[in-house]
Design a protein. Structure first.
Length: 388
């Protein structure tokens, strides 16, 4: 199979290119099966090769980049950069203090390692929010920390830009198409970056106030992405000799806008001792935080004498459609039955249990309801493929 074109360490697919063209206002005007698509804006028409296994894919891809660069007054690298950025979330960790265009090598190593640990902690929290992970790190979290990229720093300060690409995914089963609809879909990479942003903001609020945080407020913060590992990563940076403050800013992928997360968080000088105290509390109390899943009710199971009903929720977990077993009380089970009959999407909040070799299981359900504003599975099945 022909390798996908590489830019900045990323494999950019034809789907990335067509998504970018659509964002820029281009329209698809034709297609040759699954081999190629024709796209046009007000003045330029291009052909996007879609079949990467085609013998002439590399040649046609180069022709596409040349034509786009001519029409956009840039070069092929500039086109690829725009495509990559439009589909990537970027977090910039800016260290300020006794820094000009450099900082001591040891402090630089501390900063970069702390950023890596923060990214891994946020991925852990996206999978299952917990107060402390220790050595029980899921492979998916390790993979996420390995896959994000570090961009170039800039003059005047020391910045570590972390680039997290959002994949374009397709369902393996037609019934799961609604889970990948752009209205509901959150790729794992986006969920992890959201946990980083919200976790840092929550940690800031806990540790930068006039009074010490209560144990209950620390426990509640777990669901927002705060963990002992995130605390230790931030504290290590602030304890570096030449670093005073740590500013983290977020730029969200143009392809998947985000308006609910903080745009920037500043962890200030002198907050490291309080952050270490929060870390100590979290490490001493292994707690699993609540999280929310969106999906559809695939199966109902309740005997005549059963006080609770069991359902199978089909939802996205780490970019894959998975079955999640949930026991519901009578009222919530009635809602689940309605959702199953009408093929409506639902939202559930509770505690997810991940056990090696076992099915995913949800307990301690605190909220279960139908989702408004989402298409039913009937409506999704009726939509033309190009509109999805």
């Amino acid at each position: 199979m022909t390798e996908e074109p590489i830019f900045g360490g990323y494999a950019l697919t034809p789907a990335d290119m067509t998504a970018w063209l659509r964002i820029q206002g281009w329209e698809q005007t034709g297609a040759l099966g699954d081999v190629a698509q024709r796209w046009r804006n007000d003045s330029v028409s291009v052909v996007v090769p879609m079949l990467t296994s085609s013998p002439d894919f590399t040649l046609r891809w180069s022709e596409l980049l040349d034509r786009l660069s001519d029409g956009l007054d840039t070069d092929p690298a500039g086109v690829l950069l725009a495509v990559a950025k439009s589909g990537s979330d970027i977090a910039e960790f800016r260290a300020t203090g006794q820094i000009d265009d450099s900082l001591p090598l040891g402090d630089a190593a501390t900063l970069i390692e702390s950023v890596r640990r923060a990214m891994q902690a946020s991925a852990n929290s996206a999978l299952q929010p917990r107060s402390y992970y220790g050595h029980s790190l899921p492979d998916a979290a390790r993979d996420h920390a390995r896959n994000v990229r570090m961009g170039q720093t800039r003059r005047g300060s020391y910045i570590v830009p972390v680039i997290s690409r959002l994949p374009i995914l397709e369902p393996d089963d037609a019934d799961d198409a609604v889970l990948f609809d752009e209205v509901a879909f959150q790729p794992f990479a986006r969920t992890a970056m959201l946990r980083l942003a919200k976790g840092l903001k929550t940690l800031h609020d806990l540790t930068h106030g006039a009074s010490q945080p209560t144990r209950s407020s620390i426990t509640e913060a777990i669901g927002e992405g705060v963990s002992s590992e995130l605390c230790d990563a931030v504290a290590s940076t602030l304890e570096a000799h030449s670093i005073v403050d740590l500013d983290v800013t977020f730029a969200w992928a143009e392809r998947l806008p985000e308006s609910t997360a903080p745009a920037a968080v500043t962890m200030e000088d002198g907050s490291a001792p309080m952050i270490r105290q929060v870390s100590s509390v979290l490490k001493g109390e292994p707690i699993v935080g609540r999280q929310t899943f969106v999906g559809y009710v695939k199966r109902l199971d309740r005997g005549e004498e059963d006080e609770v009903g069991r359902i199978t929720l089909r939802a996205l977990d780490n970019d894959k459609a998975r079955n999640i077993t949930i026991d519901l009380n009578d009222d919530d089970y009635h809602v689940a039955g309605e959702a199953n009959t009408d093929r409506r999407m639902v939202s559930v909040t509770g505690v997810l249990h991940r056990e090696p070799g076992r099915a995913l299981r949800f307990t301690e359900v605190s909220e279960f309801h139908l989702l408004e504003g989402f298409p039913s599975l009937f409506e999704e099945a009726d939509r033309p493929q190009q509109e999805r």
